[in-house]
Write a protein that binds this ligand. Structure first.
Ligand code: 9G3
Length: 570
């Protein structure tokens, strides 16, 4: 491809609307243009990157036995009503009607469609296992589409669905996808980690997220410092290690103390001169069923996902001031478990270990000192309901946990019979008995992977593409397009590398070399091959590696070998 014919409109200025670096660089370097909020056109540079990512994904899905299909974007409402999800999802589900007033959704995901396909076609154990996948546009009407391709309303996803006879078969399929995802992100040249995650609203049991590590990532990952232990978890899922009880303390008699205006842990610790580890923080929550008091140590934060899972409820919200007043008899800031009635109490295991704790007195401007579980109050449930922090011991091996920021680019789920039960996707087993098909689903955000690659690999000058997903392997720059020797050698390089199977761009624009160098750094070609007057005379080429800035001069005759070597290293 010649730059004079190539459609890659770069921008001089940093686009003002872009908040994250991948969005800024994708716009500036001429990869994408905005069509509507959260909706983008992919220009040729982006399309080249996406094609390479998709190719890697296809090869790894096929290697594990996946078969590619293509399901419709337009999905009939009836299937979503059958699964019960038509009413579960609100405005996030794009809805539309046809000329006959029949309702449809623009597919945000394809569990309903694929399950309905399989229930119609699979009826015997002999047809299982089965893995079907597609690479296709998805639609989700995000409240605030932001961050460019990181959270679009239209995006490309690879989604695979596995169908097995039983949980054992599902586990085999799940591990195949786990392996495939490791290979995919490895081959894409990304630094990533598979982490344990919460299955949340989707139900089911096991789930892992694949995180591309980047400081700008929205997600927090905790992982074990000991590299022999591969524990890594999304911060929401991370389990606290079991703690031994500390020194035994004699139980002291309970004392009520006035603490005027002290509502927060910080205010109470300062006023009473005690460490926050001695305080029991009591937070009231409302679920669809009841009011719940959640107890954690004063220096800890509640993890609402863990609390929701412990309670087995659907909705969970911090109780308002009126509810707090009605249940505790005191304004917000003075709740405590002692004498608390009409309210379920859930405690974090660390709370059990606090002797002579400080709690709210359920009375305005008052706290209780020397509160002890069993003697002074009882709880219905003890369960891990708090956030784990970096530095705490790994729940598997006890080494300290480290924290990293990541971008979720893939997620794999064990669904079990969640969809097959409601949609009636059954098969006949060897004994002629009808069984629900056991499913898994496995997604990769393809457009998001491209954005995450930039978040992880850039500098002040622009993008630094990993070679495997770069739009071109190299750019060839003749320093002067008026110098015939340079133009001829650049053309020869272009022809020979193209013939050898490399993707190369010949920057034949009549621009100053400095402008072309700047654009080359911005677009992020792994290699820059420069032909100047001196090198042209000697039939040599200056080879610069974008990632390291390393420059070497190579004879034209050795160039193909050199390029191959360097690309293998990037
Ligand atoms: C919806 C809307 C948004 C959604 C969903 C449904 C997320 C929804 C979860 C998944 C799970 C897996 C297949 C590939 C792997 C991930 N947002 N999810 O189900 F109606 Cl509006 O999509 N799907």
């Amino acid at each position: 491809m010649r730059a004079t014919e190539f459609f890659a409109p770069t921008l001089r200025e940093m686009p003002a609307e872009a908040e994250v670096v991948s969005h800024q660089l994708l716009l500036r370097a001429g990869f994408i243009r905005r069509t509507a909020a959260g909706v983008y056109t992919h220009l040729p540079l982006a399309q080249r990157v996406l094609k390479k990512i998709k190719q890697i994904i296809r090869e790894e899905m096929d290697r594990q036995g996946g078969q590619e299909i293509l399901m419709p974007i337009i999905q009939p409402a009836e299937l979503w009503q059958e699964s019960g999800r038509w009413d579960v999802y609100g405005p996030e589900l794009f809805r539309l009607k046809d000329r006959h007033e029949r309702s449809f959704a623009l597919g945000p995901t394809h569990e309903e469609i694929v399950t309905s396909l399989v229930r119609g076609e699979v009826n015997s154990y002999k047809q299982l296992p089965l893995m079907l996948y597609q690479i296709q546009n998805k639609y989700r009407d995000e409240r605030r589409p932001r961050f460019g391709l990181m959270r679009g309303r239209e995006f490309i996803m690879k989604d695979l669905y596995s169908f097995d006879r039983d949980e054992e078969g599902l586990h085999v399929s799940y591990m195949k996808m786990h392996e495939a995802y490791n290979r995919i992100f490895q081959r894409c040249g990304l630094i990533f980690r598979p982490v344990e995650a919460d299955s949340g609203a989707i139900g089911g049991s096991d789930t892992h997220e694949f995180m591309v590590l980047a400081d700008s990532g929205e997600a927090s990952v905790l992982y074990c410092r000991d590299t022999k232990c591969d524990y890594a978890s999304n911060v929401e899922k991370a389990a606290q290690a079991v703690r031994e009880p500390g020194e035994k303390e004699d139980l002291k008699p309970i004392i009520e103390k006035e603490t005027p205006g002290c509502r927060t842990v910080e205010e109470v610790t300062r006023f009473l001169g005690i460490p926050p580890q001695k305080i029991i923080k009591t937070l009231l929550y409302e679920t669809e069923k009841e009011v719940v008091a959640a107890l954690v140590r004063g220096d800890r934060e509640i993890n609402e996902i863990k609390l929701l899972n412990t309670l087995g409820c659907l909705r969970l919200e911090l109780a308002g001031a009126n509810t707090v007043l009605r249940v505790t008899g005191a304004p917000v800031g003075f709740a405590g478990p002692v004498g608390l009635k009409n309210c379920k109490i859930v405690a974090d295991p660390e709370v059990v270990l606090i002797a002579n704790a400080v709690t709210g007195a359920n009375k305005n401007d008052s706290h209780l000192l020397n509160v002890n579980m069993q003697r002074d109050y009882h709880v219905q449930t003890v369960s891990d309901i708090r956030m784990v922090q970096a530095g705490e011991p790994c729940p598997r091996c006890g080494s300290p946990l480290l924290e990293a920021k990541g971008i979720e680019v893939g997620q794999i789920f064990k669904l079990g019979d969640k969809y097959s039960k409601v949609l009636g996707a059954n098969y006949l087993d060897e004994n002629g008995r009808s069984q629900p098909i056991i499913m898994g689903c496995y997604g990769i955000g393809v457009t998001r992977t491209m954005a995450a690659a930039i978040e992880q690999n850039h500098d002040n000058d622009g993008i630094i593409w990993p070679a495997a997903i770069a739009p071109f392997d190299a750019v060839i720059i003749p320093v002067s397009t008026k110098d015939e020797a340079q133009v001829n050698l650049a053309g020869e390089i272009y022809d020979s590398l193209s013939a050898a199977g490399f993707d190369v761009l010949l920057d034949d624009r009549p621009e100053r070399a400095g402008v072309k160098f700047k654009d080359a750094d911005l677009i992020g070609y792994p290699l820059r091959l420069t032909v100047g007057s001196r090198t042209a005379a000697e039939k040599k080429v200056e080879v610069r590696v974008r990632k390291t800035g390393e420059v070497t001069v190579t004879a034209f005759n050795d160039l193909e070998k050199r390029v191959r070597e360097l690309l293998a290293l990037i």
